[in-house]
Design a binder for this molecule. Structure first.
Ligand code: NZQ
Ligand code: ZN
Length: 386
């Protein structure tokens, strides 16, 4: 294990009915909020009205900023920043999934900047201050509720870039699993696959032998698979939703990466290009890219893939590499059973577009310092996803 500093400042209120404490939590940080949310789910579920009451009971007013789309757009973030500045809000409140929380994070830092917020995503400027952010999570997936990451798509350039800073961590995130009961089959599955990918990125790219972290990550993957299976049996199963929600948060809040030293995010680097150019749901893109990237890496990291195959699926073929491929195939079969896409064809992405997608992945690869990923290597990985 390498030395590490772990300081996650997000307060988590987890469990049924915790959303009742939203008003008091917001009042700790401000009096006039910008309420950031998606298209219609929180209105359809009645959560919007509930939140209005909870806020007014504590004397917190709010300005509405709905309309965040999946793979959130820079143009909508810029509108939110303009509103936040004009209305002089002192708090950002995000109610939704990762797209909403990421947009809210971008607004929270953009509202205090004298330059365009996109400069934070290209690395031209670093984040110095943010408005306080409170989140109500309604979809178990991205892990944004307990980390300092954010991902936004530049409308014209079609660059889907991510950046991070501890200042972006929410002050408080309310994780009430009963709010996720209305998440449909497909987005339940996409969220589970996203969480597995967050773990797999660190598990397979670290150079460290870290038995504690490896068992922790393997345990999370096993629990994500188990709890997602239980949710798909019964979408209203609170306990299964609670297990899945907590696993997805733990998958990307810094705890899994502790002590692993330098890790990469290659599957996300490639998937972000699919989402940016084809508006693919993030987890659906990973369902295709993850097995493809894993198959490309098995022979380069046989011990780890063999360990993954043994510990997650109990495969025990004598040949390390063959056992590694068998583990990847088992993961792919689970995605297929969940009715998630497992080929670029199912995402309606033609083979003829692979050279362009490989080329379009390079800016983020460089942004994320993944200089060992050339256009040719990315193209080869994408060919393995056809
Ligand atoms: O827009 P509404 O009407 O709210 O519907 C949403 C949306 O259509 C719906 N939904 C959310 N909660 C619901 C619900 N439907 C019914 N009941 C509920 N309770 O679900 C759809 C998808 O929502 P979205 O927020 O896009 O999904 P997710 O949470 O998977 O977030 C994906 C975004 O997170 C980013 C991804 O790039 C993507 O843009 N990520 C952020 C990360 C981070 N900040 O650390 C890391 C991740 O790797 C990821 O990149
Ligand atoms: Zn992700």
């Amino acid at each position: 294990m390498q030395n590490f500093v772990l300081h996650n400042q997000t307060k988590i209120l987890f469990g049924k009915g915790m959303v009742e404490q939203l008003g008091t939590e917001c009042r700790l940080h401000g009096q006039k909020a910008l309420l950031v949310y998606g298209r219609e789910s929180i209105k359809k579920t009645g959560l919007y009205d509930k939140i209005s009451t909870l806020l007014s009971d504590q004397g917190v007013s709010f300005i509405d900023h709905g309309g965040v789309v999946s793979n959130p757009l820079l143009s909508h973030v810029r509108e939110g920043i303009k509103k936040a500045k004009e209305e002089k809000v002192d708090l950002i409140l995000a109610v939704g999934g990762g797209s909403v929380i990421d947009s809210a994070k971008a607004i929270s830092c953009g509202a205090l900047a004298q330059h365009d917020v996109w400069k934070f995503f290209t690395g031209k400027k670093s984040i110095k201050a943010t408005l306080p952010l409170v989140c109500v999570l309604t979809l178990a997936a991205a892990g944004s509720e307990m980390n300092g990451g954010m991902v936004v798509t530049h409308d014209e350039k079609r660059h889907k870039f991510g950046t991070g800073n501890n200042l972006l961590n929410p002050k408080t995130s309310i994780l009430d699993p009963s709010l996720t009961i209305t998440v449909p089959h497909d987005y339940t599955v996409y969220g589970a696959i996203d969480a597995i990918a967050h773990i797999a990125e660190f598990y397979f790219t670290t150079k460290e032998v870290a038995p504690v972290q490896e068992r922790f990550m393997e345990g999370l993957i096993i629990n994500i698979i188990d709890s997602c299976n239980r949710v798909l049996q019964d979408l209203s199963d609170y306990d299964a939703r609670a297990d899945l929600m907590w696993c997805a948060t733990l998958a990307l809040n810094g705890w899994t990466a502790a002590g692993l030293g330098l890790v990469g995010f290659p599957m996300h680097m490639i998937e972000h290009t699919l989402s940016a150019h084809y508006n693919v749901p993030h987890g659906a893109g990973l369902s295709v890219v993850m097995p493809g990237w894993m198959n490309y890496m098995v022979a380069k990291n046989p011990h780890k893939f063999n360990q993954f195959s043994q510990r997650i699926f109990s495969h025990a073929k004598p040949d390390l590499v063959e056992n590694g491929y068998t583990g990847v195939q088992s993961l792919k079969e689970i995605f297929r059973k969940w009715q998630a896409p497992i080929s670029l064809e199912e995402l309606s992405i033609p083979e003829s577009d692979l050279p362009r997608l490989a080329r379009e992945s390079l800016p983020l690869a460089r942004n994320w310092r993944m200089n060992d990923y050339s256009e040719e290597i990315i193209h080869e990985i994408l060919r393995g996803c056809l």
